[in-house]
Design a protein around this ligand. Sequence first.
Ligand code: HEC
Ligand code: HEC
Ligand code: HEC
Ligand code: HEC
Length: 428
Amino acid sequence: MRLTRGLSAALLLGVALTVACATSGRMAPTAVPPRLFFMGHVEGYVEPCGCSEGQLGGVARRAELLRRLRAAPGATLLVDAGNRLIAAGRSGEIQAAALALAAEAAGVAAINLGEDERRLGADFLSRIEPVRRLPWVRANTDPPATGRWPGEVARTVRVGGQEVSITGVSEAAAGVGDPAAAVAEVAAKVARGSRLVVLFQGQVAAADRLARAVGRIDLIVVADGEDHLDAAAHRVGATLVVATGTDGKWLGELPLTPGPLAPEGVQVHVLTEAIPDDPGAAHLVRDYYRRLKEARVLTEAVPRPTVGGSYSGATVCGSCHEDAFALWRESGHAHALTTLTERGKEGAPECVGCHTVGAGFTGGFVDATTTPERGGVQCESCHGVGSNHVDNPTRDYGRADEQTCRRCHTAERSPKFDFSTYWPRIMH
Ligand code: HEC
Ligand code: HEC
Ligand code: HEC
Ligand code: HEC
């Protein structure tokens, strides 16, 4: 009894003291440890495509989540472990600019130059101003064939009274040096009492090896490209290793408490539909699709040749297969391009592949202005190029089955897909 009372009295006193501190505004700034937010392996993922419900991630939700998390007391720091930009060419430039502006608006303090970025090349990264000015870190990239990689070997930032040095490396591969040697060189220059954070693009096992090789590291954030919904946080000696998952589907959070960082401190915030879009970031996303459309990026790709004939289009098939055509005409497949047009996304290379017929191939869909008659999922999306069959209609053409559907009805885009329930809805 007494003990309980004593405890509650102490608790009450504690509460009262906290309130007093807060209202008098004299709470020491170091009382709340700074928090580090981490992400990585975004690989061109601007937003969920909307093909099905319940999809995760997107820059607009992430901006809103960050705003909410930062409203809590204490300083914060956002890092990105790399492999953010992936698409080349004119559409890739527009995408890279959008993703760089999103990272900048999110206040990223350091971003690792991963293998995806290396593949795009130093000239590509330097040409796009918002990309060039991102705070890239890259300790083990070989000098590029031409130009110069943007960024620097390491950056030091101050957050909530702590000094944090951040460097970036990739797993050993062609074009990159030994990550352990590169990080050891950085570690030798890091001041005592300063934290060392390594942004790592590669496998978790390789990051673990790095932790063992260079004991001085406080935290390794791994862009591992594995589709998991947790940070797989674990310790290797005194080093905490966390992984980011893919597509920026969630944001990691970790308080930078004194001493070795603990796996228990890691939190994962999944970017579900429950988080609304930040209006500014949503505007950036709309602008991205508008720019793709205005630049008519789809007309720039050189079409690949088809094998076994060419595309004829559904109307030609319908001249003989009237019943199948009539059923198809009423199906969602026939209107799949309209789905994109209604949302202003018909100019996006990442959308048209499954919502049209023959995109990227000779005689197939080019863009909504040039080839409106190739819009929608058409007969030849499932039965294959049909001109030979049109010229000489025989039965040995056009086998289609469940595997055909799964080319587009992937687990990500169509999680409810089941041939036995979907086929009856479009049977012809
Ligand atoms: C890999 C193929 C694929 C790609 C790429 C793709 N989609 Fe889809 N999309 C589908 C499939 C399959 C469905 C139908 C899913 C279902 O009903 O199970 C669908 C459905 C949709 C729907 C819902 C239609 C409705 O009325 O129910 C929207 C919206 C959509 N997609 C937009 C997009 C956008 C925007 C992009 C590009 C960012 C895109 N899709 C890229 C395959 C794809
Ligand atoms: C000139 C008329 C004509 C046109 C045009 C035509 N077909 Fe056919 N199609 C036929 C005939 C005839 C058969 C064989 C029917 C039979 O023997 O039962 C056939 C059979 C098929 C079959 C079934 C094959 C099988 O193994 O049973 C498919 C699938 C098919 N056509 C799809 C298409 C598609 C897709 C197009 C458009 C690219 C198309 N057809 C255009 C006349 C046509
Ligand atoms: C070339 C890509 C592609 C292939 C192949 C494909 N689909 Fe689809 N499917 C889509 C897209 C895109 C949509 C969404 C259409 C829209 O915009 O509403 C869709 C929607 C659907 C829908 C919901 C719309 C409706 O009319 O009820 C069903 C059912 C469906 N598909 C069944 C199938 C089946 C069964 C197969 C295989 C025999 C298949 N699909 C093959 C891309 C494809
Ligand atoms: C979403 C994929 C898909 C689309 C789009 C599609 N088909 Fe089919 N079609 C199939 C599948 C699956 C079958 C049944 C499996 C089989 O018999 O090969 C089939 C069967 C057929 C058959 C054979 C029917 C029979 O009695 O054997 C014909 C003919 C045919 N389709 C013509 C067309 C025509 C014409 C169009 C366009 C107007 C079209 N299909 C659009 C997937 C598709």
